[in-house]
Design a protein around this ligand. Structure first.
Ligand code: OOG
Ligand code: NI
Length: 267
């Protein structure tokens, strides 16, 4: 068993795992940072609302590091609930965790997911490396496709499991890019494809948050019976605006998040 994490060691481990799934992030990091450090606005995780692996189980890793629960969000159509967490140290990335509400899904989907989670070893979610342990279950390509037909979110989780779904560049802290449009233009000029669902820029100064994201990279995933190349992880960009009190807004915007989820859609 690996030893307990600090905030820094946990995000370092998450970033290393994430780079394997999203090689574009390494290149974009270089493009936007020009060698300088890039501050992360937030990192996002996905899970199923089963007792063994629910949102609370993932959150426990962050609460242990001093994070505090903040906003709650609901995505009716996608059958998701989410919560975000903040650390008293404002340089620590925010954390966004969502979970699929299985009681709202079909009996077939629920059975497949329960069989997957039953393959995890007892106490798996409490291990220090759980948040970047990937998909520790066997799923066939046919099962993946059946999940995909009902819930892209469930299919992504079946294929990729527990790891950062995306990191997010804090655009406010970028030296050379004053607007999100300028970030998007630099990405497009360099050949990266953006998620255009809901427009290239989701949100507005009025809701105090503008977000954009790449379309997920594609990687080869080994299902129990086949290797298939599918969308993995993506990179997000967030520009925050000040509230009336002058402090930057730190929450999320459900209508925008709803579109960010679609960055892993198969295409
Ligand atoms: C999370 C999507 C929401 C945001 O910044 O609004 C989100 C996901 O795709 O898992 O990250
Ligand atoms: Ni995000």
């Amino acid at each position: 068993m690996s030893k307990a994490h600090t905030v820094t060691s946990l995000f370092d481990a998450l970033w290393r795992d994430y780079q394997q799934q999203c090689p574009s992030a390494t290149a974009i990091h270089r493009l936007l940072g020009g060698g300088a450090a890039i501050i992360n606005d937030h990192v996002a995780f996905r899970t199923f609302n089963l007792p063994e692996v629910g949102l609370e189980k993932l959150a426990a890793h962050f609460l242990a590091l001093g994070y505090e629960p903040k906003g709650e969000y609901r995505f009716e159509q996608k059958k998701l609930a989410a919560r975000h967490f903040e650390h008293p140290d404002p340089t620590a990335p925010k954390v966004f965790i969502s979970e699929l509400l299985l009681e709202e899904c079909s009996a077939e989907l629920k059975a497949t997911v329960e069989a997957m989670v039953a393959q995890l070893s007892a106490g798996a979610a409490e291990q220090p490396d759980f948040l970047y342990s990937g998909a520790q279950w066997r799923v066939s390509e046919a099962q993946y496709r059946a999940l995909l037909a009902e819930s892209e979110y469930a299919a992504w989780l079946a294929a990729f499991g527990y790891r950062a779904n995306h990191f997010t560049v804090n655009v406010n802290e970028l030296a050379d890019y004053p607007t999100l449009a300028s970030v998007n233009q630099a990405l497009k000029d360099a050949g990266f494809a953006l998620n255009v669902s809901g427009g290239e820029i989701k949100g507005s100064p009025e809701v105090l948050l503008e977000q954009s994201s790449t379309l997920a990279d594609k990687v080869a995933v080994s299902f129990s019976d086949a290797e298939v190349v599918i969308p993995s992880c993506f990179y997000e960009f967030a520009l925050r605006y000040p509230k009336p009190d002058g402090e930057l807004y730190t929450g999320f915007v459900a209508a925008s998040a709803d579109k960010i989820f679609e960055s892993t859609d198969a295409r």
